[in-house]
Design a binder for this molecule. Structure first.
Ligand SMILES: Nc1ncnc2c1ncn2[C@@H]1O[C@H](COP(=O)(O)OP(=O)(O)OP(=O)(O)O)[C@@H](O)[C@H]1O
Ligand SMILES: [Mg+2]
Length: 278
């Protein structure tokens, strides 16, 4: 790529990021804490050069840790661009999740490095879930504080969060979510760690799980506590919606059941589950 000045790149981005037109704040343009600081802009620029993004249209969500944008790629296909804020407050909020996680060793003193590691972790977790066939957005690319993934929703209408949806058959949806917990642990070797009605989108009546940045591998020292919490949260929500709830111990028996060649659901799960639980 011939070297292009920042101003040229910015002019290019300005044509392709609608939000920039209203965000420009004079010479310094962006200040810390805004979504599009210079480093973020340049990351989006590289995605554009790779054809992964053609245009960034509008924010789907503006949260405390980051924003998610509706974007389209070279072929006009929708994609979701999640951009983590590199502000001190994000850093503080997120740090509590990574205690004891070896992947974050040496990054906690450097805010940028730390957030990049966090975004990379969310990307890797998405890959793990996706490759194991679990219902998550397909991961597309990750660089620095940006994560590009499959857009869940229809044009102009992102899929709603589970909490905002009236379910015709809550037990059916509940069973899907319980399967996500069980298969997530058994097949992707992950525990979500923040599973709730906020982090599940509903697309054509099916739950799709998002926000997997804090997910941990099942061998992590407190993975079982995270599992318990996920089950409690999901059971609480679905109980209020009138679903037939499965006892947490029964769910965990399935989670910890040994591999079974003939995939027979009601074999000797109980005795093995007891061993696992100590
Ligand atoms: N792939 C996607 N397709 C469509 N919408 C998405 C996608 N990913 C996220 N969203 C929307 O953006 C919101 C925030 O995403 P996510 O939960 O991953 O971020 P977060 O870090 O938890 O942000 P917040 O602090 O707002 O909760 C989601 O609730 C959802 O509405
Ligand atoms: Mg969320």
């Amino acid at each position: 790529m011939p070297s292009t000045s920042y101003d040229e790149k910015y002019a290019y981005l300005e044509q392709r990021i609608d939000a920039l037109k209203t965000n420009k704040t004079g010479d310094e343009r962006q200040t810390e804490g805004e979504v599009f600081d210079r480093k973020t802009l340049m990351t989006i620029y590289t995605f554009m050069k790779r054809g992964l993004i053609d245009k960034v249209h509008y924010p789907i969500s503006t949260g405390k840790e980051g924003n998610v944008f509706y974007a389209t790629d070279e072929d006009g296909e929708p994609v979701a661009l999640k951009i983590y804020r590199t502000s001190t407050s994000t850093f503080k909020r997120v740090s509590k999740y990574v205690e004891g996680d070896p992947r974050f060793k040496g990054t906690t003193g450097n805010r940028w490095k730390f957030i990049y590691t966090w975004a990379a972790k969310e990307f890797r977790n998405l890959e793990r879930y996706y490759e194991a066939g679990l219902p998550v957005p397909e991961p597309i690319a990750n660089d620095k504080n940006c994560l590009l993934m499959e857009y869940i929703g229809e044009e102009g209408r992102p899929a709603p969060q589970l909490r905002d949806v009236a379910m015709e058959n809550p037990t059916e949806v509940y069973d899907e979510v319980v399967s996500f917990i069980i298969d997530g642990w058994r097949d992707a070797h992950l525990v979500h760690g923040d599973l709730s009605e906020y982090n599940i989108l509903m697309m054509d009546g099916e739950p799709i799980v998002i926000d997997v940045g804090q997910s941990m591998t099942s061998d992590f020292f407190n993975a079982k506590d995270l599992l318990d919490r996920d089950i409690v949260n999901i059971n609480r929500f679905f109980k209020n919606r009138g679903a037939d709830i499965i006892d947490p111990e029964t769910i965990k028996e399935e989670v910890f059941a040994p591999e079974d060649e003939n995939d027979d659901d009601d074999s000797d799960e109980e005795e093995y589950a007891e061993e696992e639980e100590e």
